[in-house]
Structure formats: structure tokens, C-alpha cells
Ligand binder design. Structure first.
Ligand code: FMN
Length: 446
């Protein structure tokens, strides 16, 4: 497996960052180069860490959140067939329907793993964090496992036990009390993980016995190589499907407004889609259509269980997280997948372009085709600021815009964007560390 999957981008404005390593307990201290991998890992690309100078709302390449962002402001180079509508209809700050819900605005808080769920159970600190951000039209929680086998990272929450349902109720009730809406992101990590992070009796399973490249952080022994996962049997497929369904039911019981199926960023569902991680020769591998079979089965089953108006799916074509590499049939795969998703009743597709974090960008042509094919809510994410979000909405390239890092470090992001106030920069060193520091202590603008 090649270490780098795309060329480093260069910019005159870049310089290498020299910082202390993040404060994962058990990690060696004194490292000077902060790499994405050392930040641990729900989202780690093999990109070059760049300077952290914070520049707001500029065009073209700019540096923000510690990364160089390739800004793409109003660049519909294809023939757009989405009708222009007045900004009053598509304003970022105007209420908008999502299925049977009415969201406060078109801003979505993107799913972000924060590793604060000791014992894999949500808690009062997490309720405080999410309630602080309830001004978002929709919050999508951090990746939350439907199965003990899907808890690949340290301290991520699950949604398969009574204790977890009770913990999540603290969160959902706190968000609802402030008028917000919240979906649980159901993330099964598949091959991405380490047995030290899993509860007793759980194991790493995946479509095929192909290890993820690189290492995984564990609380007990620091960074560890990814083990080779066990190939899922027919029985595993049925059991895992059922776990997704039960987790979706549990989400409803925990007062969530819905669930987002994590089909992105190199986790279990995407591991089925890619020929680089799916080497099966049964009904679940071998052709584009067969590789999407498990994903579609999960979507249909969850749709049947809780109603499609409460379901979305996140997809990351061309994503490079967790060792995903490009393959010739990417466009064909996502075009066909979305075509097949249309006939389900699910409410939204959430397409993330992680070029702002160093992944290859999703071709405009593909984004356009997916947008055009999708008849219901389309969520776009990756590298947005207010200006880019407004252009995307005005050009009808999306219905909702998800913001990740800006929400992480700005609990009152909606107000700040609305009033054009400066943003707090995120502190990378506390992304995945336990406790309130860098979690619930980012200041509101006041
Ligand atoms: C700390 C952190 C954790 C993340 N965890 C997840 C996750 O659990 N699930 C997911 O789909 N994406 C995850 N992401 C990706 C974000 O949802 C988002 O796509 C990414 O940050 C790009 O958006 P931005 O440029 O607005 O930050 C994570 C990103 C960050 C920074």
C-alpha cells in the first residue's frame, strides 16, 4: 500500500508547522512535527501539516484552522441546471424543512469524533458540548457505533446498550431544550481500529482481510499497527445489518430526530464500496453493483425500521481517510449508488469533499451529477465558510451546508457567521483528549 496517495500541494504561503505533539495520554512527548496521523485518527489524511495562521474569508488558497484551504468560491464551471432562486429562499440563516422537521437554519454541525465518551457511554459533559452548539439547524453527532465490533477508536460512543441510550438522552434532551435538532451518526469502523480499543469479546471485522495502513492510537499502549481484520461471513453480514437496525431504533428511543449512516471516510460501509478493501467474490464483491449491495441492504433495513424521513447517508467519493485509495470506477460507483438510494425513502445524502484537508477534490462534474440525481435534501460539506456556503446555496448546489472545525471551536458559530464576527481557531491538540479542555471551554462571542 503506497504511503502517499496524492501529491503534496504547494503554496507560497505555506510553511511547516513546528508544534508539540498533542496530549494523548501515553503518547511520547517532544515530537515537533504535528502530523494528521499523530492527531489520531477519525480523520487522518496523509497531508502535510501547514501553518496555523488564521485568515478569514479570503479567496483562493488561504490558511485556516491550521490547514491550508483551497477555497473554491463560486466555481460552477459545468452547465448548472439548478434554477437560480432569490437569496431569501435559500438564505443560510432561514428556517428550512428536513423531512417532517423544520430546522432553524441551513447550517449543519458536521459529525466530529471527540473521544470524550469514557467506557463508550455518552455523558453530561457531552450533553453540555452539544447543547452549546444547538444553534445549528441540525447537529450530526460524532461517529457512534451500532456494534461492539465498530468501536475501533478509543472512547467513542456506542448506541447498542441501555446505558448508552440513557446517556444519549441527556444529549438529545439538552439540544431539544434549546430548540435544536440532532441526528446520530452511525459509524461502524470495520477494519479501522485496534483490539485494545474494543470491549471484551468484540473483534475487527471487514469485507476482506485487508489491514488498514498505518497505526491506531490506544489509551493502553499508544500507537499500534492496524491488525488484519477478519473477513465477514454471511452470518456476520446479517448480524451487522441487524445491529444497524437496532441502533437506529435505539436512536429513536434516545429521542434523536434521526440517524446518519456513515458511508464515508473509509469505515465499514465504504470498505464494501471500494475494490481496494473489498476483495470478495461472493454476492457482496467483484463488481460495482455487488460491492454496493451491503450498503443498500443496510439503508433499506434502517429505512424500513424507522422511516426514511429520519435517515440520511454520508458519502466521501475520492476520500483518502483511513487508507482509502482511488480506483477507476469511483464515479460509476457513486453515480449508481445514488441512483439506487433515490428509490429508498431516505431524506438526505451528505457529500463531503475533503480537499480542504488534503484529500483529492471531488470533481465538480460528479458533485453536479449527484446533486442533479438526488430529489430530496442534499447536504454539502468540507472547507466551507459563510461566503462559500452562501454561493453554494444561491447556485442551488446544496440545501444544507455542514461546518466541521468552525463548529468545534465556535459554540455560537451561527451568530458569529450572521454578524461576521471573528472565529476562534480550533486547538488540534485537544481534538481527542478526555475532559472539558478544548471541548466545552471555547468562548462564545459574548
Ligand atoms: C476532530 C474531527 C473529528 C471528525 N470526526 C468525524 C466523524 O466522526 N465522522 C465523520 O463523518 N466525519 C468526521 N470528521 C470530518 C468532519 O465531519 C468534516 O467533514 C471535516 O472536518 C471537513 O469539514 P470542515 O472543513 O468544515 O472542518 C471529523 C473532523 C474533525 C476535525
Amino acid at each position: 500500500m503506497p504511503k502517499r496517495v496524492y501529491p503534496k500541494r504547494r503554496s507560497d504561503r505555506r510553511r511547516r508547522a513546528t508544534r508539540k505533539a498533542p496530549t494523548h495520554p501515553g503518547r511520547p512527548t517532544g515530537e515537533t512535527l504535528l502530523t494528521a496521523a499523530s492527531l489520531c485518527p477519525p480523520l487522518c489524511f496523509d497531508y502535510e501539516e501547514v501553518a496555523s495562521e488564521y485568515v478569514e474569508n479570503t479567496d483562493l488558497d488561504y490558511e485556516t484552522h491550521g490547514l491550508t484551504v483551497r477555497a473554491v468560491v463560486s466555481t460552477a464551471t459545468h452547465d448548472t441546471t439548478f434554477p437560480e432562486t432569490p437569496m431569501s429562499d435559500t438564505s443560510l440563516f432561514a428556517p428550512v424543512p428536513l423531512g417532517k422537521l423544520t430546522l432553524l437554519n441551513r447550517l449543519v454541525m458536521a459529525p466530529m469524533t471527540r473521544s470524550r465518551a469514557a467506557g463508550n457511554v455518552p455523558n453530561a459533559l457531552m450533553a453540555e458540548y452539544y447543547a452549546q452548539r444547538a444553534g445549528a439547524g441540525l447537529i450530526i453527532t460524532e461517529g457512534t457505533s451500532p456494534s461492539p465490533n465498530g468501536l475501533g477508536y478509543a472512547r467513542i460512543p456506542g448506541l447498542f446498550s441501555e446505558e448508552q441510550v440513557a446517556g444519549w438522552k441527556l444529549v438529545t434532551d439538552a439540544v431539544h431544550a434549546k430548540g435544536g435538532h440532532i441526528f446520530a451518526q452511525l459509524m461502524h469502523t470495520g477494519r479501522v481500529g485496534h483490539p485494545l480499543n474494543l470491549p471484551k469479546g468484540a473483534e475487527l471485522i471487514a469485507p476482506s482481510a485487508v489491514a488498514a495502513p498505518g497505526e491506531m492510537y490506544t489509551d493502553q499502549q499508544g500507537m499500534q499497527a492496524h491488525p488484519v481484520p477478519r473477513t465477514m461471513t454471511e452470518a456476520d453480514l446479517g448480524k451487522t445489518r441487524a445491529e444497524f437496525v437496532q441502533a437506529a431504533r435505539n436512536a429513536v428511543a434516545a429521542h434523536f430526530d434521526g440517524v446518519e449512516l456513515h458511508g464515508a471516510n473509509g469505515y465499514l460501509l465504504e470498505q464494501f464500496l471500494s475494490p481496494n478493501t473489498n476483495e470478495r467474490r461472493d454476492a457482496y464483491g467483484g463488481s460495482v453493483e455487488r460491492r454496493m449491495r451491503f450498503v443498500l441492504e443496510v439503508v433499506h433495513a434502517v429505512d424500513d425500521a424507522i422511516g426514511g424521513d429520519k435517515v440520511g447517508i454520508r458519502l466521501s467519493p475520492y476520500g483518502a481517510n483511513a487508507g482509502m485509495t482511488p480506483y477507476p470506477e469511483i464515479d460509476e460507483t457513486y453515480n449508481l449508488l445514488v441512483e439506487k438510494l433515490v428509490v429508498t425513502g431516505i431524506q438526505y445524502i451528505h457529500i463531503v469533499d475533503h480537499s480542504a484537508m488534503g484529500a483529492p477534490s471531488v470533481p465538480e462534474k460528479l458533485k453536479h451529477a449527484l446533486r442533479k440525481a438526488w430529489p430530496r435534501t442534499y447536504v454539502a460539506s468540507g472547507g466551507f465558510d459563510r461566503a462559500k456556503a452562501e454561493v453554494a446555496l444561491r447556485e442551488r448546489r446544496a440545501d444544507l451546508i455542514a461546518f466541521g472545525r468552525p463548529f468545534l471551536s465556535n459554540p455560537d458559530l451561527v451568530t458569529r457567521l450572521q454578524k461576521n464576527l471573528p472565529l476562534n481557531p480550533p486547538d488540534f491538540s485537544t481534538f481527542y483528549t478526555p475532559g472539558p479542555k478544548g471541548y466545552t471551554d471555547y468562548p462564545a462571542a459574548g
